[in-house]
Ligand binder design. Structure first.
Ligand SMILES: Nc1nc2c(ncn2[C@@H]2O[C@H](COP(=O)(O)OP(=O)(O)OP(=O)(O)O)[C@@H](O)[C@H]2O)c(=O)[nH]1
Ligand SMILES: Nc1nc2c(ncn2[C@@H]2O[C@H](COP(=O)(O)OP(=O)(O)OP(=O)(O)O)[C@@H](O)[C@H]2O)c(=O)[nH]1
Ligand SMILES: [Mg+2]
Ligand SMILES: [Mg+2]
Lengths: 280, 294
């Protein structure tokens, strides 16, 4: 985009490509560029050099209202309960390890509940993370009732006066009705034990996912009410542009980004940082 | 659906002789949109539409197909060809025993689960004696995960020593396989980013030592535009011989399949259609083409 270049169709083509290749999606891209066309006309802009800052601001303004780090203040004098959900392999278990560590490092007392009783070695995997984080680990045997584990994790936190509970659930495709029902049951049983719990229902999305992420967010939101999104694997080459459409359609708070496989590779979501990376 | 959208495009086209250039451009605009919504990569779509335009030029609108149906037929056929229609996508199992197969891919794509499924398939459908080999020393309980899958299948799984690295594993397993008479070795490697220089170097070193007959890229069907980068990264580093697409039991359209195929020019051999170890099928290009078009 050299200065002095005019605003021609080729320019809009290039912008379209940048947005689509970032997984913003064809429809959201179309709306964004339409908005840019109106704005440049309105402001009488003619230099192509002005268009990128305009577009970056446009995307940032869509995301910024939903920039909302995870705060654990809303639980009164009981533990703050976070239920972590999402489709298979997105990074739920690893994100819990990172989150548990973040809070134990702040001197908080954390319980981690192994409610993925289905997948091979899921409990073992989470236990290693929980130990690394210095959290108290609650598990049953493999094949046990996930709701029972979640219940016990909350009870343990109440008994020991712990600050936080993280409940890990098995990955599941949003298309599987019975598995979505299982999630609703976990939520119900936890809520029965501790009113207003789970205080956070955190949906983990994989930044490499394409347009299906919108369907995932929509479906999990309809089923359970998602209160926060964590976008994992942003350390790859995928830009995670699907959160633009998700923000526009569902308005779910954007909490966290995962930027690696280490226990400290977790950052708060910042619209400016995200937009910088999107257009880099 | 695409058919409905194309019917809209062609509403005004009643019984004309040929598809005009304008008709084709209008129709392919809808097809382009459908492919982008299906996560096919931007550049792959561009090339595809150009090719489809050539194929559609001057086609006769006949009584047996509406213009919309004709365009779909052309596009569908082109997609099937690109997805590997007519190509031999079987596993390469000829050669000196034991035959090593290496599974590679991004984090969480389904490699470990796929290793289990592949082992079961080789034993039950191909009457082979597979050996599961965990070569992921990084992910917590990764070895445990593969061992458990082996147990549920009744298939032997190698146990690395604590701290053993993948190269040592390759060397040790080679000896063991000969003694224990396994004819196929399935190496499950750690998930890694194609831009992680160190880990891609490890993968090259593993390949060098192992000399695998098959290097299968395990890719998630819901992958978006990034699929081309991943495919190129792994293919440039170690050379992919085949692709396995996982999580097709979801509702992702799976356009990544076309992107990966376009970049690697390698066959998609199998698909994962569930979490259970029998949720495994040979890949069907025609079914995939329909799914992507939506
Ligand atoms: N590069 C990178 N890898 C990640 C990140 N988060 C998780 N991973 C990796 O992704 C893979 C899957 O992570 P898990 O935590 O097991 O994912 P999960 O959602 O719990 O998976 P299931 O329980 O099987 O559904 C592991 O190899 C993790 O190390 C991230 O932010 N960056
Ligand atoms: N629904 C569905 N889930 C699958 C399929 N294949 C794998 N999974 C699930 O995807 C998640 C990740 O699978 P893994 O086998 O751990 O993936 P991986 O590639 O080995 O992960 P890393 O070793 O961390 O890179 C698990 O929850 C699996 O059960 C499939 O075809 N369908
Ligand atoms: Mg997990
Ligand atoms: Mg694995």
């Amino acid at each position: 985009l050299r200065p002095g270049r005019g605003m021609d169709e080729a320019l809009y083509q290039e912008l379209e490509e940048v947005l689509i290749v970032a997984d913003v999606g064809a429809e959201a891209t179309r709306r964004l560029l339409e908005g840019i066309r109106r704005e440049t006309k309105k402001q009488g802009m003619t230099d192509a050099h002005d268009i990128l800052p305009l577009l970056r601001r446009e995307v940032s303004e869509i995301l910024r209202p939903y920039e909302a780090p995870l705060s654990i203040k809303g639980a009164g004098d009981g533990p703050f309960v976070v239920m972590v959900i999402g489709v298979n392999g997105v990074g739920k278990t690893t994100t819990i390890g990172k989150l548990a560590y973040r809070f134990t490092s702040q001197g908080k007392k954390v319980v981690v509940g192994a409610a993925d009783t289905f997948r091979a070695a899921a409990i073992e995997q989470l236990e290693i993370w929980s130990d690394r984080a210095g959290a108290h680990f609650v598990k049953h045997g493999s094949g046990a009732d996930p709701s029972a584990v979640a219940f016990d994790a909350v009870k343990a936190a109440q008994a020991k006066q712990y600050d936080l509970v993280f409940i890990d659930t098995a990955g599941r495709l949003h298309t599987k009705e019975n598995l979505m029902e299982e999630l609703k049951r976990i939520k119900r049983i936890v809520g029965r034990e501790l009113p207003h719990a789970p205080h956070e229902i955190l949906l983990v999305l994989d930044a490499t996912t394409g347009q299906n992420a919108i369907v995932q967010a929509r479906t999990f939101h309809q089923a359970l009410g998602v209160t926060g999104i964590a976008l994992a694997k942003l350390d790859g080459t995928a830009k995670g542009g699907i959160i633009v459409a998700i923000a526009q359609e569902l308005g779910i708070p954007l909490r966290l980004v995962g930027v690696g496989e280490g226990i400290e590779d977790l950052q708060d979501f910042f619209a400016e940082v995200f937009v910088d990376a999107l257009f880099s | 659906t695409l058919t409905e959208r194309l019917d809209q495009v062609f509403k005004k086209l009643k019984g004309r002789g040929k598809l005009t250039e304008k008709d084709i451009k209008d129709a392919l605009r809808e097809v382009r949109l459908a492919l982008l919504e299906a996560d096919v990569n931007y550049t792959v779509v561009k090339d595809f539409i150009a090719r489809a335009e050539e194929k559609a030029a001057g086609q006769e609108v006949t009584k047996s197909l509406t213009p919309a149906q004709l365009v779909i037929k052309i596009v569908h056929q082109e997609l099937i060809t690109l997805m590997g229609g007519g190509e031999n996508n079987s596993l390469k199992l000829s050669g000196p025993s034991p035959i090593p197969i290496m599974l590679v891919g991004l984090q969480g794509s389904g490699k470990t689960t796929t290793a289990g499924k592949l082992a079961g398939y080789l034993r039950d459908n191909k009457k082979r004696r597979p050996y599961l080999v965990p070569a992921d020393p990084y992910r917590p309980a990764a070895i445990e995960q593969l061992k458990k899958l082996g147990e549920s299948l009744g298939i032997d799984c190698y146990t690395p020593a604590s701290g053993e690295d993948p190269l040592q594993t390759v060397a040790k397993v080679r000896e063991q396989a000969r003694e224990k008479d396994f004819d196929t070795l399935i190496f499950d490697t750690a998930g890694r980013l194609h831009i992680d220089e160190e880990l891609m170097e490890e993968l090259r070193a593993i390949k060098e030592l192992m000399n695998p007959q098959e290097i299968l890229l395990v890719a998630d069907a819901m992958t978006g535009q990034d699929a081309v980068n991943v495919a190129k990264g792994f293919n440039d580093a170690v050379g992919i011989t085949g692709i396995i697409l996982t999580k097709l039991d979801g509702d992702a359209r799976g356009g990544a399949a076309l992107s990966i195929k376009a970049v690697t020019q390698r066959p998609i051999k199998f698909v994962g259609i569930g979490e259970k170890l029998d949720a495994w099928e040979v890949f069907h290009p025609d079914r995939m083409a329909s799914r992507i078009l939506g």
